[in-house]
Design a protein around this ligand. Structure first.
Ligand code: MRU
Length: 363
């Protein structure tokens, strides 16, 4: 049984019954302020996801699951509850396009509702169907916590005592309902008594590495050193890095890995230096419908996030900006993908399909 390590903060949670709300740590204010945001409507959830108040693929999935509850509970006695659920799904799915966990979660809730209705559950009242939706959303939340803990245990085996690791963006507790994806093995190794140090890329343009990863590792008592993204290859060349650990927003069936912009450069630098490049992600991040990373929709963010991130203009007015939020690391640069069902070494179509089969995922 995997062990869930409690961290001294909570990313998000549902509070109350069906008429309750989501409480989340407002991540755009970190590290300066620790404020809680209450979300109790679908537009509020779309806004929170788009602004990155809640972010990171699994956390977005959990939030979207709760968002489905917020939408479905608005169905009136004469409304078609399934039609309301489908509309809510479409609205939530459009908030951010790249992390597949979002549509994975909304799909799961919709399927659950469809299943209940098709099982002759015409006997179930709207109130009972709404309660069943909340129960399913809470199962997604719990499942994510378990999955993180399991990936933590499996991934910790790749970390030796005294290891120094590099990570990009934030794939920690603040990106999930549990203890993270890429950071879960690090927290687990730390709890096992191994000495572990982490270099965190600051992650331009929204600085998830500086604002969030450095904050949460520090809070958890893990040794962390912040570097700018452009320093990563140099730090590797100095022999300081034993392995890279990153998360993912979408993995295609052939093992291509989409993650925060800059991850591909880190993988190239790691390959040049012979450093293992590990990806830690649950099966809910694998998109079985796609067989190449080239088919993943890459989110484009507003130019202002590059030219005046955090309120200060750092580029000439009117300059043209290109702002993709994610990139794709080809499978051949990936040493392993740590999932809840096992570690996939040198991922390929065959080994990915084997893992999907083990996890009961069909395509
Ligand atoms: O834009 P963000 O902050 O949502 O991007 C997050 C990442 O790219 C993470 O590395 C990824 O979601 C893996 S999460 C555990």
């Amino acid at each position: 049984m995997s062990k869930d390590i409690q961290l001294p903060f909570e990313t998000l949670a549902w509070e109350g019954g069906v008429d309750g709300h989501v409480r989340m740590l407002e991540q755009t204010l970190l590290p300066a302020q620790e404020e809680q945001l209450i979300v109790d409507t679908v537009p509020g959830m779309v806004d929170a996801i788009y602004r990155l108040a809640v972010r990171g693929a699994p956390a977005i999935g959990v939030a979207a699951g709760f968002g489905m509850v917020l939408g479905i509970r608005e169905a009136g006695p004469s409304d078609d509850i399934l039609a309301v659920a489908r509309r809510t799904k479409d609205t939530l799915d459009a908030s951010r396009p790249t992390a597949v966990n979002l549509s994975w979660a909304t799909h799961r809730i919709l399927r659950h509702l469809e299943g209940l209705l098709s099982e002759g559950a015409g006997n179930l009242s709207h109130d009972e169907l709404k309660q069943a939706t909340l129960t399913e959303a809470l199962e997604i939340y719990e499942g994510d916590r378990q999955t993180c803990a399991q990936m933590g245990l499996l991934g910790a085996e790749l970390i030796h005592d005294g290891a120094t690791l590099l990570t990009h963006c934030n794939a920690g507790a603040l990106a999930t309902a549990g203890m993270g994806t890429a950071l879960a093995p690090i927290y687990t190794a730390h709890a096992q008594g191994k000495r572990v140090s982490v270099y965190a890329d600051e992650t331009r343009p929204l600085l998830q590495g500086a604002r969030i990863t450095a904050w949460e590792l520090g809070r958890a008592g893990v040794d962390v050193t912040l570097i700018t993204d452009s320093m990563a290859a140099h730090v590797m060349s100095e022999g300081k890095i034993d392995a890279v650990f990153v998360g993912s927003d979408r993995i295609t069936r052939n093992g291509d890995v989409c993650n925060k912009i800059g991850t591909f450069s880190v993988a190239l630098a790691a390959r040049h230096h012979g450093i293992p490049f590990h990806v830690v992600a649950p099966l809910s991040t694998v998109d079985p419908a796609l067989t190449s990373g080239k088919d993943i929709p890459i989110e484009q963010r507003p130019a202002e996030e590059v030219t005046e991130g955090f309120g200060k203009r750092t580029a000439p007015m009117g300059v043209k900006v290109y702002a993709p939020a994610f990139d794709v690391t080809p499978a051949e640069l990936v040493t392993s993908i740590v999932t809840e069902v096992g570690v996939i070494s040198s991922p390929s179509l065959e080994s990915m399909e084997e893992a999907l089969r083990l996890g009961g995922v069909s395509w």
